[in-house]
Design a protein around this ligand. Sequence first.
Ligand code: PAF
Length: 281
Amino acid sequence: MRVIRTIQQMHDYSVTAREAGKSIGFVPTMGALHNGHLMLVEKALAENDLVVCSIFVNPIQFNNSRDLEKYPRTFGKDSAMLEAIGCNVIFYPEVEEMYPEPVTHTYDFGLLDKVMEGRYRAGHFNGVAIVVKKLFDIVIPHKAYFGEKDYQQLAVIKALVKIESVDIAIIPCPIVRETDGLAMSSRNVRLTPAQRRVAPLIYQTLIKASELYLTQSVQTVIDFVTQTIHENPEMKLEYFEISDTETLAPIRENKPHGPVVACIAVFMGQVRLIDNMIFNL
Ligand code: PAF
């Protein structure tokens, strides 16, 4: 496995691979890898000749400097995990390499980056879109793999490839959960043992909410989730929304016949956890 640290070398590697007729799968990450990431890399390995995984803690997508500072950085462990499963390349650039100049571009994603995460994390999705576009230009993959845990991010990336006419297939991959249901996240390691014990309540609440959704109004489901999270002293609900799966427009009254996506963000102390589930009548 190669570790590449410069944009030029990464780009040259991909150009040469493409000229040799190789297909390239790409898994962008911020490191602190867990099984969820490894599933993305394994899927990419199964579908491509070569797989590039980037590890870059992207400063411009953090709206909270403390969160950026506290973000786990575990390159040694990450590279060992990637090597063990047969990843071909880690692209691991420095911040100065990726951002030699201040970033000024602003994307217009309409509603997609205004609701849910967008309401609480100003500029977050613009920062994600900028780095993902840069990474796509550098790695020039055929396919790029994103986890459905970040449902809204995935919607923004799909919009990004349309806006920028990028010829890369975006491959969504299902949420990977711990055995107790907690969605895998790099932030889980920051939970205290007491918080970690109760964290699966988020998933359990989504399951019960999906059952209630079959017979009750949207507002009743929202009230149930709000109340359940509120009753747990370790948790503070930031938002719970039931939304259109494509536009992410919030659904308040009439339930559509097709699927909807229920998205939740919960603070446990300083740690912010997100999760989602598709509800279907
Ligand atoms: O999902 C992530 O880890 C990040 O948002 C991404 C896509 C690697 C961009 O920094």
